[in-house]
Design a protein around this ligand. Sequence first.
Ligand SMILES: C[S@@+](CC[C@H](N)C(=O)[O-])C[C@H]1O[C@@H](n2cnc3c(N)ncnc32)[C@H](O)[C@@H]1O
Length: 295
Amino acid sequence: MAATTRRPADDPRSGSGGSEPGRARGVAGTAARVHRRLVVNRSRLGHRIGYALRHPGRILPHLRRAGRDAWLRRKYPDHVSYYSAVMASDVRRSPEAAVGSANRERWLALGKMQYDYLVGHGLKSHHRMLEIGCGNLRAGRLFIAHLDPGHYHGIDISPDILLHAHRTVAEYDLRDKLPHLSLTRDLKLEFLPSDHFDVVHAHSVFSHSPIEVIDECLAHVGRVLKPEGFFDFTFDRTEGEEHQVLREDFYYRTETLVALARRHGLHARFMDDWEKLPHKQSKIRVSRSPEPRLS
Ligand SMILES: C[S@@+](CC[C@H](N)C(=O)[O-])C[C@H]1O[C@@H](n2cnc3c(N)ncnc32)[C@H](O)[C@@H]1O
């Protein structure tokens, strides 16, 4: 039985196609539909039955996914190992789909959307960037091309997707940019220097993360950020009950994440301009300074 009414724009696992560039959220439906999407609890049985009745074609794929995930959860009780195993399974099917794009065209478009947004917010070639959950460099390839050699650092928990990140570097002839690509098991960022990055970026990572993982990241990201730098992350927003589906998709209230950032001494703000883009996740910017500014 399908458990979700909608999938994030860059999450493939439901096979529903979601909402990608060209299908803007405002165009997709009325304010009432947007409101329903924001308050629905996808883990509730009533919702799941209703969804299955409305989308019978999605029942079988969802059952397959639920079965696989149940088996992986038993085998890998901790979240990072579990999610890394989910990624390994998805990457075998398709690396584009594993990071949430139904095909190459959408992979390119989602990467460009992330890139354009940060360049619009002042990302220049001399800046240093850390991308958490870099995947197969859907956006990373554009950041790497834009930044000076050695200024991009991507980290990910999935060795399988990082091998595809290497392929992206070769395919787009980015070798001379010397990007750093590191495997990590946690978000303590211990191996990275202090006061170093102008921009830290995590797109569609916290949408797959339990609160402990986000907490760990927010506890440590301030150390690696420059005083005027910022950390942008997307998340699946709910204005109703916080919930998760299959330990793959997590829905948080904005105030939960803002409060968490504040507990770690960081400033946080909801990025309204991101909401205008054709992407169903929302974005929060956290920073050490109340008014972060790239220079
Ligand atoms: C949906 S993909 C998005 C990849 C990339 N940010 C993009 O937009 O193309 C999520 C990525 O985050 C990685 N990931 C998930 N949890 C993570 C964590 N706790 N730390 C680092 N990477 C993580 C996954 O392995 C996967 O590559």
